[in-house]
Write a protein that binds this ligand. Structure first.
Ligand SMILES: Cc1cc2nc3c(=O)[nH]c(=O)nc-3n(C[C@H](O)[C@H](O)[C@H](O)COP(=O)(O)OP(=O)(O)OC[C@H]3O[C@@H](n4cnc5c(N)ncnc54)[C@H](O)[C@@H]3O)c2cc1C
Length: 570
């Protein structure tokens, strides 16, 4: 259809509407570069002055692998670094997940292929003050352009990317201030820490350790604690002892879509506090900092073991062992342990068990439900244990190197598995069979067994099914950049259409962790937010009525669609 006919149809729409007596909503889109409404260079220069010269035009990192910018040595280095997070964390507009990179500018495509903007922001503000954030929000609203927030770019669902957006880059909001005695308006009375929105997990773990404290973070060293992690819920090795990241927040310092600079606590702007604590980042406000509890550091036990088809004697026995192991973990997590393990078709690696205990024999005691159940089916586990005087040493031994050495670029699905299902023989068996099918389809499974504390249900917006889950599992296909694009995206389709539906069928009521899940999850409102969705949507409509903050699968995002050119439309 030619443009002339489209314009003619548009002109007729009001008449047709009138004749039919039905309202017809006009589609309105945010501007992308090249649109008539896109801000002029004068507009951008003015914004740059307003933000103290901190406006950063996007020059994609992989430009040095293409066209006249090509540099062989640097490009080879970039190829080696690209699947890992760190290189993307350091740059304003880069993000980690290949599906959203969409080959628009990566180091593996042909040198002659020019870089395209793709899903990258056009400009970023390297924010360091409240007024930078306020200026960014105001500019995006006035010029009708998309606004994104990028902290580290880890988001597995592509939520920190967006074509032609103005991005607020929070990486340099990196201050860590300990508070000896927090006396805000919550019931908590004790030490705390204020974390800037850009603080990385490894930085706060080290800083807390040097002060004799622990903080709830994830296991990946370069995930941002006060960005996506805590607002999405936030699990880690302390989940069974101190709850989730969101359970520990005392206050959020934010700038709202209306430009207000607020402190949200359980009693001040309480709805906003509730929503920010588990209801997903990039949705309700821009976080500048958060205050979270700290706990006295101390002795912590660790354990690791593995078994495989060889040691089990057969594939059948191996999967029987997996089912037995998975059904025996309830009492172990009730004792405060978190068990992190990975499954492939041939091996199970329990790479880190955190046990809140003081001596090695107590670790054996805590793990005895697992060792006994496995011995009962003829599998003797060879468990290696360790005792650490402080959490940092435990973390370095079990997680730091393992996580940093593992490529993070991936395709991901996720599921919370209810404890009630895993504690019946039939449930444990059917879940394990579905896991086996997922590994046969080429997905590794990485799970954390936790007790996220039923008593905390509904105190914040953390998905309620976390509280009754035994397992949080992700289904991972590491992105292989040497494979044709179509083969990798076929894994994504298989995940959505075959693998996850099988897992969901045997885990009714489980839901999924909104930060570690499939961006194509059907019925994501229910699966990621559960019964909290109506309240979250109501809060969203009040604090962000114009939809300034958009991210795929974020609360309220169903009101928007992306057109064929990547414009966000309503
Ligand atoms: C390798 C890897 C390991 C992981 N390990 C864990 C783990 O152990 N435990 C766990 O719970 N999760 C884990 N995750 C998931 C992680 O919590 C999410 O990817 C999270 O979204 C990352 O947040 P970020 O701020 O670092 O990343 P970004 O991609 O920069 O941001 C993520 C989202 O948060 C929003 N956002 C960021 N900063 C702000 C801000 N200041 N204000 C408002 N919105 C903001 C962004 O807009 C985006 O929607 C892991 C992910 C990866 C890739």
């Amino acid at each position: 259809m030619g443009w002339g006919r489209i314009f003619a149809l548009c002109a007729l729409l009001p008449l047709i509407r009138e004749a039919r007596g039905t309202p017809c909503k006009r589609t309105v889109c945010k501007n992308i570069p090249g649109d008539p409404g896109w801000p002029s260079s004068t507009d951008w220069n003015l914004l740059n002055k307003t933000v103290d010269g901190q406006l950063v035009p996007t020059i994609q990192l992989a430009s040095l692998c293409h066209g006249t910018e090509y540099d062989h040595g640097q490009c080879e280095d970039l190829k080696a670094a690209w699947p890992f997070a760190n290189v993307h964390v350091q740059k304003s507009a880069e993000f980690l997940m290949p599906y959203f990179q969409n080959q628009s500018c990566d180091p593996y495509t042909a040198q002659e292929k020019p870089c395209e903007l793709g899903n990258y922001a056009q400009y970023s503000i390297n924010v360091s003050t409240v007024s930078h954030v306020q200026a960014g929000i105001q500019f995006a609203q006035e010029k009708n352009i998309r606004l994104t927030i990028k902290n580290t770019g880890h988001d597995l669902l592509g939520k920190s990317s967006g074509k032609g957006a103005l991005s607020l880059w929070t990486h340099h909001l990196d201050t860590i201030n300990f508070i000896d005695h927090y006396n805000g308006d919550s019931e908590y009375d004790g030490p705390a820490v204020r974390l800037g929105a850009g603080v990385l997990s490894s930085d706060v773990v080290a800083a807390a350790s040097s002060r004799g404290f622990r903080v709830v973070t994830g296991t990946c060293p370069d995930v941002g604690v006060a960005g996506g992690y805590t607002s999405g819920g936030g699990h880690g090795v302390f989940t069974s002892v101190y709850g989730m990241g969101a359970d520990n927040v005392l206050e959020w310092e934010v700038v709202t879509a209306k430009g207000e600079h607020l402190i949200a606590t359980p009693t001040a702007h309480a709805d906003l506090y509730w929503a920010l604590s588990g209801g997903g980042a990039g949705t309700f406000a821009i976080v500048l900092s958060m205050v979270t509890r700290v706990y006295p550091d101390g002795v912590i036990g660790g354990a690791t073991f593995n078994f495989d088809v060889g040691s089990a004697g057969s594939a059948e026995k191996y999967w029987e062992g997996v089912a037995t192991f998975q059904s025996a973990m309830g009492p172990v997590v009730d004792a405060g342990a978190v068990i992190s393990y990975a499954l492939t078709p041939t091996a199970m690696v329990v790479f880190g068990i955190a046990v809140p205990t003081e001596n090695a024999s107590a670790i054996d005691q805590v793990l005895s439900p697992i060792t006994t159940a496995m011995a009962d089916i003829g599998i003797d586990l060879n468990i290696t244990t360790s005792i650490h005087s402080r959490y940092l040493d435990f973390y370095n031994q079990y997680f730091f190197e393992a996580v940093t050495a593992t490529p993070a670029a991936q395709i991901t699905g996720g599921r919370l598995v209810p404890r009630s299902i895993m504690e019946t023989d039939t449930g444990a068996r059917t879940v394990t069979e579905a896991f086996q099918n997922a590994t046969d389809a080429g997905f590794a499974i990485v799970c954390d067994a936790v007790n996220a504390d039923q008593a905390r249900l509904n105190r914040n917006a953390v998905l309620p099914s976390w509280r009754s889950a035994l397992l949080h599992c992700i289904f991972v296909k590491t992105w292989d950049f040497s494979m044709p694009w179509d083969e990798m995206t076929a894994y994504q389709a298989n995940l959505t259409n075959i693998v996850m539906p099988q897992i969901e069928a045997v885990t009714p009521g489980g839901g999924a962790y909104l930060n570690e899940a499939n961006f194509e999850q059907p019925d994501w409102q229910n699966v990621f937010y559960g019964e909290n969705y109506p309240r979250l949507k109501d809060i969203k409509s009040k604090v962000d009525p114009k939809g300034t903050f958009y991210a795929q699968t974020a609360v309220g995002s169903e009101l928007w669609t992306e057109d064929a050119n990547g414009r966000l439309c309503q």
